[in-house]
Write a protein that binds this ligand. Sequence first.
Ligand code: GLC
Length: 601
Amino acid sequence: MLAGLLLAGSALTPVASAAPGPLYKNPHASTSARVNDLLKRMSLDDKIGQMTQAERGAVTPDQAAALKLGSLLSGGGSVPASNTPTGWADMVDSYQKAAVSTPLGIPTIYGVDAVHGHNNVYGATIFPHNIGLGAANNPRLVEKIGRATALEVAGTGPQWDFSPCLCVARDDRWGRTYESFGESPRDAIANASAITGLQGRRLGEKPGSVLATAKHYVGDGGTTNGVDQGDTEVSERELRQIHLPPFREAIDRGVGSVMISFSSFQGVRMHAQKYLITDVLKKELRFRGLVISDYNAIDQIDGKEGFTPEEVRLSVNAGIDMFMVPWDAPQFIAYLKAEVEAGRVSRERIDDANRRILAEKFELGLFEHPYTDRSLQKTFGSKEHRELARQAVRESQVLLKNDGVLPLAKTNNKIFVAGKNANDIGNQAGGWTLTWQGQSGPVIPGTTILDGIKSGAGKGTTVTYDRAGDGIDGSYQVAVAVVGETPYAEGQGDRPNGFGLDAEDLATIAKLKSSGVPVVVVTVSGRPLDIAAQLPRFDGLVAAWLPGSEGAGVADVLYGDYNPTGKLTFSWPVSAAQEPVNVGDGKKALYPYGYGLRYRR
Ligand code: GLC
């Protein structure tokens, strides 16, 4: 049938074609018209299925379709047998094929935590974690990283990225400090540019656009003593001043989803906070996208293992739209259906959730393009992306001390490199790398910091490496000790008892110092470290944070190929005992928020 044409001015303007088939399948119809039409055709089972997200390891494609699941996810480290772009695309497309083969053909949406590149997949470009990107103070760079990440994600299949974390980490003992851009809301506000990189100016506007997630709403970084999933015992005024503004910015940027925090606010789990989710996020801030729970998070509402019908009712009625119930989808579906049929969850609430979920799927273009655009795989781990990552590493380095020992001479130098983090790409990548917790060792392709020091050495320069510093003597002109933390994620990174250098690092630095050679210390860590006691013995100090796969970017700064511009977005405490210490709190930090040196040319 010819598309209807209207005479408008001198031109004929095509209007929504009266294409055959249901309105919701017409890409020229408005999103709201498509949502309304589809909603009318959906049963209660269809609608409850759309609100349910399961882990890929828990359901086959056919089981997912039979449950009418709206979404699948890969939890950290949940990868297909072939952890390659093709292996991922085949896996994601197999769920999609089953979904679009159902009577209504509603596509599923697949979510991953690509929080510093597409970090689940071997060979992806691994960018610095947010703590370093915050120090780079370059929102445009972060937007480009978002775009690069989206291309690498979309080319492997997933259409949803549970990123960026817009947490404002207020206590460095928190295991997720490195997922924060900084201790001030302005850091997360500025770097919410990641959303525009991931989604585009408008969701679905171009190939590779993926649904972004502002997380974790709200106050995850403000818990007492930095306890992960703890209680944010601040006033509503402080919550609105410190933790809410990044979500306002994310909404202004059109973020399509918001993830609720595990933490509590004033003793009540966020997943049961109707006032903050429905009244504040959805009504006051006018968030139109979908709200998703965190992983099994509704289980925690009553403080007991597993979830109950009451916890399902409380969290749905609080305003959460989609539920990450990785291994318990059938149970969730059964409980919610019973709650609706008993009249304890309204059909209007179910419809509100579905409108939000379906609108994102329509905006993403999933109904028109349900399968992976494999042409994007040419960007995966590309040279261009790795160069972008290396630039981000350069800009994230913060020079904290320099007694004239930096920059290192590239020629006619004799450099000794030591430390457990000098030649360990797993340690420099940190958590959320291939697995949830990350791991030490040569686990991903890229360059270590030592690789960079070696490749940057010029004529007449030798570079010697020994992890413990064995072999150092007075014939060396300078020593570089790359020390710090080994990978962790979430609560496993909580450090309630302090965060100083470990015994190995202290021994390595002492050995280097005993030779009389000047020592540059480079910290690879997910937080500022408690180093004040050792600082007088450091001739130079650089915070490298968690640089990711392109460690050579650290060497670019050590050699002065890039004059450091990084500035602290976390007050560096005089000791762990000083925590929390934040800009404007009147406490005197060892190095204040905004501190960072440059080389005098
Ligand atoms: C995790 C994290 C969240 C992540 C989700 C899915 O527990 O809290 O940031 O997006 O589960 O992996």
